[in-house]
Design a protein. Structure first.
Length: 230
């Protein structure tokens, strides 16, 4: 998602404060003062203050990841390596691990946990979409749920990784993807088993009716802060 100049100014202004104050109201107030954006405009853009700015920072990382995927020739890679590349690209888009660590602290709070879960889901959805996933059934959900688990575990490992160039994290990521590939292999074997196929006929019939959500349409345009003086 492309940010407007005003949004970018606020985000840049809060980043130096986050390692010390977290994604907090104090950091948000400092960002408003230093960016010289009026409080009215800032609140219109980010009604919940630092929480919304933390989510904007996360989306900026997603955009950087997508750009890197799109500019890289992945044709020679196995698909599991493309996924690993995408997750690595997402983590390498982070300016400072402390920004993510503070974000995880924020989104571990019960009132903000749904926002954190949606942010992770948005990241893995962006990965699958950028890699050309065209599934429109239950696989749309299972692919994203599985990658959400892999991505979340890798982020936690990465935050504590002190190895050179995060080498240990990339090995950890490869192992997690290998685990998923083994599960997929077992699922394929189960589908080919006539006994298990009969037992799963009912559940599979229900699951076959699931469809990927459609993007919203028909909504009015958004307010553009660049049309104001501040």
């Amino acid at each position: 998602m492309t940010q407007t100049p005003v949004e970018d100014r606020l985000l840049k202004a809060i980043i130096p404060h986050v390692p010390f104050d977290g994604w907090s109201e104090a950091a948000y107030r400092a960002a408003i003062a230093e960016s010289e954006v009026s409080d009215t405009v800032a609140r219109a853009l980010y009604p919940r203050g630092a929480v919304d700015l933390a989510l904007a920072y996360h989306r900026r990382g997603d955009s950087a990841m997508i750009a890197r995927i799109n500019e890289t020739d992945l044709s020679a890679m196995r698909f599991r390596d493309r996924i690993a590349f995408a997750v690595r690209a997402r983590l390498e888009a982070v300016d400072d691990k402390e920004l993510v660590r503070r974000g995880m602290t924020l989104f571990s709070l019960p009132n903000h946990a749904p926002d954190g879960a949606r942010a992770v889901w948005g990241t893995v959805d962006a990965i699958w979409t950028a890699l050309g996933d065209s599934s429109d059934d239950v696989n749309w959900y299972t692919k994203r749920a599985t990658l959400s688990a892999v991505y979340s575990a890798t982020v936690l490992y990465w935050l504590g990784d002190q190895s050179a160039d995060n080498h240990a994290t990339w090995e950890f990521l490869d192992r997690r993807i290998d685990n998923v590939m083994q599960i997929e292999k077992l699922k394929a074997q189960a589908r080919d088993n006539p006994v298990l196929s009969k037992l799963m006929a009912g559940p599979n019939m229900v699951l076959s009716r699931l469809r990927a959500p459609k993007p919203p349409s028909g909504f009015p345009g958004r307010w553009r802060p660049e049309d104001t003086d501040n």
